[in-house]
Design a protein around this ligand. Sequence first.
Ligand code: NAG
Ligand code: NAG
Ligand code: NAG
Ligand code: NAG
Ligand code: NAG
Length: 458
Amino acid sequence: MILSKWLPALLGGALAAQCALAITLNVDDENSLKSAAKTVAVDMMNYYNDRESKAIPGKLDGTWWEGGSMFMILIQYWFLTGDSQFNSAVQDGMYWQQGDDNFFPANYSQYLGNDDQVFWGLAAITAAELNYPERSGQPSWVSLAQGVFNTQVPRWDTSSCHGGMRWQIWPYQPGYTTKNAISNGGLFQLAARLALYTNNATYATWAERIWDWSASTPLLRKTWVIADTTSSESQCTDHGDYQWSYNYATYISGAAYMYNYTNGTQKWLEGIDGLVGTSSQFYPTSSTFGNANGNILSEITCEPILKCDRNQVTFKAYFSSWLAFMTLIVPGTSDLVMPKLKTSATAAALTCTGLSDGSHCGTKWYTQSWDGTDSLENQMAVLGVLNANLVPFKNKAPFTADTGGTSKSNPSAGTNSSDVEAPQLNTVRTGDRAGAGILTVVFVTGWAVAITWMVRGG
Ligand SMILES: *[C@@H]1O[C@H](CO)[C@@H](O)[C@H](O)[C@H]1NC(C)=O
Ligand SMILES: *[C@@H]1O[C@H](CO)[C@@H](O)[C@H](O)[C@H]1NC(C)=O
Ligand SMILES: *[C@@H]1O[C@H](CO)[C@@H](O)[C@H](O)[C@H]1NC(C)=O
Ligand SMILES: *[C@@H]1O[C@H](CO)[C@@H](O)[C@H](O)[C@H]1NC(C)=O
Ligand SMILES: *[C@@H]1O[C@H](CO)[C@@H](O)[C@H](O)[C@H]1NC(C)=O
């Protein structure tokens, strides 16, 4: 009885689910792209809304930096689609994590890397450039990006390698003696974008300084191969050469902003051409990659060996969306990057058939079918490449303060804080000296364990 009564409804439900299976995507059709992007974004935000740390806006479980990068992708999504359903969640998270106007909140600042912080700054400058809605009584988006710049620049380290940003911020962190591509490329890109938005030459000077310094190390070789890491111990002559797409993209994007800011200087065009050229490695063609035909973006270092951690899964989002936005400010680059971002989006969408709703995306786009993995990061990566394909439809370059950008500059943002000082790890009272060394060791070891976990967990 009960069954027969409910059977039609059950069948109807099953049919509806069947129809919802997979994402149909025509990359040449703006509405198709928007609808696919919405499905992918909704699934991403379901992870966000279901997280254990949901009482803390902007904080993802086990990672802090990914909150910033996820918001960056969602800000692009709003601009490109007009869908504002996630805006209040994005604003809540961005403002909650702002710290002293510099995205260095006390809860996490003792174990953050420069790269972690800079991604929030990149989210903020993205919001400024795209005229993302601001809340009254809150600092402007561009000032939050300036706050990150202002707290990072004093960390420029000339005690080794004649310069460079360290990976980690505090001496007790493993990775403190490492100077890496994403920390330097990230600040380079942020400075270049601030230069174009504010038309303040100080930012451009810093951008060029970071680029030139990088080019004096293996982080930015003359062959346009980017090393992931180098070290203070070697005076930045050694190199860790894992190849990651976001290292390339962060330097390419920064060079694009500098190209535009300098009214078309050859130096930056050479950098763009060179690095886009070496980035072709991320479109592999071997049997290792399912005989992909060189047109599908892959995080080549970890995907074929199934070793991508959650951080690495997101890199394709930044690579694809940053390169696409470049095409609006560097004329002639569209033919260079868009065709492969198109074929990548088609492949990526074919992976989105996972889980019971039949729309969760996989990690490896070159399989062109769901690979059995699902995560917020998988969704973020696919959303990034869908955003990238929406860029030419919207065809609206980032705003600057001179071309309609409404976010208000505050060059001294984030400087009124103690965040540039190393935190006091413990307070030593006179008389406690003998025990202090041991306490410090215990404390620092505790941190090292926590940090190792953070670095692995992101
Ligand atoms: C810092 O931690 C406290 C306690 O968990 C929490 O209430 C607060 O929201 C956190 N602040 C940020 C910026 O994450
Ligand atoms: C670019 O050109 C504009 C308009 O001619 C000029 O105002 C600006 O100073 C130039 N920028 C640079 C960095 O040379
Ligand atoms: C800079 O970007 C604008 C779009 O905002 C574009 O019109 C202009 O031609 C670009 N400048 C150069 C030198 O390519
Ligand atoms: C340009 O930026 C620098 C660095 O933040 C700041 O000191 C200076 O006041 C700014 N200049 C203007 C005109 O805003
Ligand atoms: C700077 O920080 C001090 C101490 O926290 C505070 O009293 C002051 O109002 C702050 N000034 C600004 C401009 O935020």
